[in-house]
Ligand binder design. Structure first.
Ligand code: DX5
Ligand code: ZN
Length: 217
């Protein structure tokens, strides 16, 4: 299973250093949480910080766009060097066009679903997706507890992907730590986003990554 640290809880004064520590610890990609203060209550950063993060690492970076009307900003995130753009089903009335616009930029497209958003949208959207992101917290803040009901949703999406032989990644975001990572893996996730379990003042990045690998081995 791939580890995708989210820089949301990193020390922004040492962003490059922290990303490089994660890279040295063997993580698989970097997850960038873009929030606009409207789609979610918090404000984080935009394409300029994404570009700076990408410049600091050889790893692929993906942007999780928790913003209204993400279709207005897709090209900015492509120029920032992102490999994959993840948009929210709840924020995209014209989802087909948005996913096609991401593909037209040469990027992978991901679709994120909030904890109680019906999975039925995936029945039609799956052929257009390189990734499904199941939120296991309400988006907007790091360090929240994992919502247990997310496990059954991950398993249902796993079955939907397997049914049609889809190679899409199944990513899980929110509250993944040493206590929850194994159940997330067993439910069928292929990528986990980890924020406070890796970037926190309670542990070094290397120790955080080691603990997650040990807990999911
Ligand atoms: C939540 C974000 C997450 C979050 C993860 O809105 O999308 O990526 O920062 O942080 P933890 O792992 O601390 O829940
Ligand atoms: Zn995220």
């Amino acid at each position: 299973m791939k580890l995708a640290p989210s820089i949301y809880t990193a020390d922004f004064a040492r962003l490059g250093e922290q990303i490089q520590a994660a890279e040295r610890a063997g993580v698989d990609l970097i997850h960038l949480d873009v929030m606009d203060g409207r789609f979610v209550p918090s404000l984080t950063f935009g394409p300029a910080v994404c570009a700076a993060a990408k410049r600091s690492t050889g790893l692929a970076c993906e942007a999780h766009l928790m913003i209204e009307a993400p279709e207005r900003h897709l090209a900015d995130f492509q120029r920032a060097g992102m490999s994959r753009l993840i948009v929210h089903a709840e924020g995209c009335p014209h989802l087909y066009s948005t996913l096609e616009a991401i593909h037209a930029l040469g990027l992978g497209a991901g679709l994120a679903l909030n904890p109680l958003t019906p999975l039925t949208v995936l029945e039609d959207a799956l052929p257009y997706l390189e990734l499904v992101l199941i939120m296991s917290v309400e988006p907007g803040f790091g360090g929240q507890p994992f919502i247990p009901g997310a496990l059954a949703r991950i398993a249902r999406v796993r079955a939907m992907l397997d049914d049609i032989g889809s190679p899409a990644e199944l990513e899980v975001d929110g509250g993944v730590n040493s206590s929850t990572i194994r159940a997330v893996r067993d439910a069928g996730a292929t990528v986990v986003v980890v924020g406070s379990a890796v970037f926190s003042d309670k542990t070094s990045v290397a120790d955080g990554v080691r603990a997650l690998r040990a807990a999911s081995a």
